[in-house]
Design a protein around this ligand. Structure first.
Ligand code: KPL
Length: 297
């Protein structure tokens, strides 16, 4: 299959490497074009894979059957909108990012679009990408033509297992959103690992209660208790992790808060509901972000 991967960060490189090893014709797409990208991934068993892959070839993009987008949520529309006119009308978009709402920023189109959430964990270590934990990538349709693309789950599963197809992906997206609304801003605020969040049970309970309230209004079957159990399960499984938001704040990068807690607050507002605990946390992260962004400008 001809594939372009937009966003060659840690997760993008894990996918590029896995798809290339599976025999797919892959290229990376970089914001600052370079003639090639060097992909250096070390898997969970310590095996290193080095490939030099082509990048930013417009002909390859125009023939791609799949455009896998592994950018941060806030980068998606800015990077994707200029590429849309260059895509084949049947090219499937697969959006893999934390948070929700990036797709709403795209112009109306008739492309097959899939959304996904993943529990794979990868991070940069010098010039290498460490694929620190395998996981499951849940994908499903997010546009009418996306429903016809369930066969892609098998193709992707062959390259980087596990991949699970969901006819309704929104439920998985919302569960992941709730996890990110708790773990990401709290770890960024307290400067701690995911595991150290067990020191804040009352705040976690209030955040889950508010998220559950909105999810029920959005039509999902959930409860504070089931969200809490899921959040604590992720905290335990990723105890040693530094969340992506903590890493962004430490590196003084723009965070995904607008697409995580910000999205939850927007949905709550549309139902006429206030979420004081999430709103406070949102403001605290925005304040941190504004401070360093102001200093940079
Ligand atoms: O998705 C994550 C992130 O860091 O962005 C979690 C699940 C919280 C793992 O660290």
């Amino acid at each position: 299959m001809k594939i372009t991967v937009l966003g060659c960060g840690a997760l993008g490189q894990v996918w590029l490497s896995a798809l290339h090893r599976q025999g797919h014709e892959v290229q990376g797409w970089l914001r600052v074009p370079q003639p090639f990208c060097s992909v250096n991934v070390i898997d969970e068993n310590g095996t290193a894979y080095n490939h030099t892959l082509p990048t930013n070839d417009p002909a390859h993009l125009a023939q791609s059957e799949l455009l896998l987008v592994t950018l941060k949520a806030w980068q998606v529309s800015g990077a994707l909108i200029p590429l849309l006119p260059q895509l084949h009308p049947d090219c499937t978009l697969l959006l893999l990012h934390n948070g929700m709402g990036a797709q709403d920023e795209l112009p109306a189109n008739n492309l097959p679009i899939l959304q996904g959430v993943t529990t794979h964990a990868a991070r940069r270590d010098g010039r290498a990408i460490l694929h620190v934990a395998g996981g499951i990538t849940h994908i499903g349709p997010s546009s009418p033509r996306g429903r016809e693309m369930s066969h892609l789950a098998e193709t992707l599963h062959q390259a980087l297992p596990d991949v699970a197809w969901h006819d309704v992906i929104a439920a998985a997206n919302w569960k992941k959103l709730a996890v990110n609304c708790v773990i990401n801003p709290l770890t960024a605020l307290y400067g701690c690992t995911n595991g150290e969040l067990t020191a804040y049970p009352a705040q976690i309970e209030r955040l889950c209660r508010e998220a559950a309230e909105v999810m029920v209004m959005e039509g999902f079957h959930t409860s504070t208790e089931s969200l809490l159990a899921y959040v604590y399960d992720v905290i335990e499984r990723t105890a040693a992790n530094h969340s992506s938001m903590l890493q962004d704040v430490r590196a003084q990068r723009h965070t995904e808060i607008d697409y995580i807690t910000g999205y939850l607050l927007r949905r709550a507002r549309s139902h006429g509901v206030q979420l004081p605990e999430n709103a406070r946390l949102f403001e605290q992260i925005k304040q941190k972000e504004n401070e360093y962004e102001r200093n940079h400008s």
